[in-house]
Design a binder for this molecule. Structure first.
Ligand code: ASP
Length: 429
């Protein structure tokens, strides 16, 4: 049994746990009468213990992971000083496209209402308090921490983000004189990434218990919301990729979207199958250069930067997940909460590493910023792999579109190469 499990990838194991947990939960709900074994020993015993244990382990990662990776992400932006105008323009595009992505996701979420019908109120373990209504001025003032150590201890995400960005900018500015501290943060970042992988190894057990507990309390009512959530994310990803990016390409670079899609498709396929933006960097740079005439002077800077800080697809998943969780837990989000989500998810995009599954961890930070309970993450984790693959393809497409726009506007794009469709079959790498 162990041998079979070790041969399966983690995502397959998580997916099987999800299905197994759902089946067991549904059987419990419809066919097993209440009693000591079902209620005390299993549902509120083992399932609660391992489900909550897993969620707590994930919560443990959030603050240190986000803090370190945001500092490292900002440090890499800080380096862009050397590139001046191109750097500022690229970062501007990256931030704007992410904010657009998350807004689309929130709107589509509100349209399809993925969380209605999934009453998770009863399985809530952490305290969920929708952010208290404060004035707009106070909300902005609250971003500045009075005591950053206190913010870290309390897990106040906006304050942590603010402090981390400042540290990142200053580290980049001071350069060599603070190399040890910068290296230290990079190493902490690696430690937290390894710890994330370690915790994720227990995801199959955690997901099984969380899902089994939820479904044994709500029966079939849980299926529709999950399917709606999945379709909502896929739809929002398609809108971002095929409408927003293509309009931007046409307006800001005056380039044919069809030619772009035909030539860039293999890179999207590669990102889809590996679910990691980082691994796609070389292929993306080569494709942009050989098939679309983008100077490597630009792409060798914008593509790795994008793979580190620009995650529009991830932001989309997080937007729909916010609506899903708020509805499932019956929490009303105010207009200010939505603005907070747009801001935090844009920052989360900087803090998300371009490797599989990290978007789910930084999702806890987005949830925490508006007081949503993280239990919902355990439920959507089971169907995340396919969404991770799709959003990674969108993540790197966003980087490529921004790169083409910046290159075109700076005179670093050869239009004859871009328009030459005979290059489409040429291998890029
Ligand atoms: N897999 C994504 C990427 O590499 C990150 C994530 O959303 O988990 O771009």
């Amino acid at each position: 049994m162990k041998k079979i499990a070790s041969k399966m990838t983690l995502s397959t194991q998580i997916f099987i746990s999800l299905i197994g947990g759902m089946l067991l939960g549904v059987i419990f709900f419809y066919f097993v009468p209440s009693g000591f074994i079902k209620d005390d020993l299993l549902v509120n015993g083992a399932f609660y213990l391992f489900g909550t244990g897993f969620i707590r382990a994930m919560q443990m990662l959030v603050v240190p992971l986000v803090f370190c990776s945001l500092i490292c992400g900002t440090m890499s932006i800080g380096d862009t000083n050397t590139l001046g105008k191109v750097g500022i323009k690229t970062i501007g595009f990256y931030l704007i496209t992410t904010a657009i992505a998350i807004s689309i996701a929130l709107s589509i979420g509100e349209l399809i209402n993925p969380g209605f019908g999934l009453d998770m109120e009863s399985i809530k373990m952490s305290t969920a308090t929708a952010a208290q209504s404060t004035s707009v001025v106070d909300t902005f003032l609250n971003i500045v921490p009075k005591n950053p150590i206190g913010s870290l201890a309390e897990g106040n995400m906006l304050q942590i983000i603010f402090f981390a960005i400042l540290i990142g900018i200053i580290l980049a500015k001071l350069g060599d004189s603070v190399r040890n501290v910068a290296n230290g943060f990079n190493q902490w970042n690696q430690i937290m990434m390894s710890m994330t992988l370690m915790v994720m190894k227990f995801a199959p057990i955690g997901v099984f218990c969380l899902v089994a507990k939820t479904f044994s309390e709500i029966g079939f009512d849980g299926f529709l919301p999950m399917i709606k959530y999945m379709l909502g994310v896929l739809f929002a990803l398609a809108v971002q990729c095929f409408i927003v990016y293509m309009i931007m390409l046409k307006i800001f670079a005056k380039k044919s979207p069809i030619k772009f899609l035909k030539k860039f498709f293999p890179v999207m396929g590669f990102a889809f199958s590996t679910a990691t933006s980082n691994a796609t960097i070389p292929l993306s740079i080569e494709t942009l250069s050989k098939k679309m005439g983008v100077s490597k002077k630009i792409s060798s800077f914008t593509i790795p930067l994008g793979a580190t800080i620009n995650m529009d697809g991830t932001a989309i998943m997080q937007g729909v997940a916010v609506v899903f969780a708020a509805q499932a837990f019956g929490i009303d989000l105010s207009a200010m909460d939505y603005i907070t989500v747009i801001f935090t998810a844009t920052m989360a995009s900087i803090g998300t590493a371009g490797v599989p599954g990290v978007g789910l961890i930084t999702l806890s930070m987005v949830f925490a910023s508006v007081g949503l309970p993280v239990e919902a993450i355990g439920i959507i984790m089971g169907i995340d792999r396919i969404l991770d693959m799709t959003r990674t393809a969108v993540n790197i497409t966003g980087d490529a579109v921004c790169t083409i726009i910046v290159a075109e506007q700076n005179g670093n794009l050869k239009s004859d190469v871009y328009n030459d469709m005979t290059l489409i079959d040429q291998s890029a790498a």
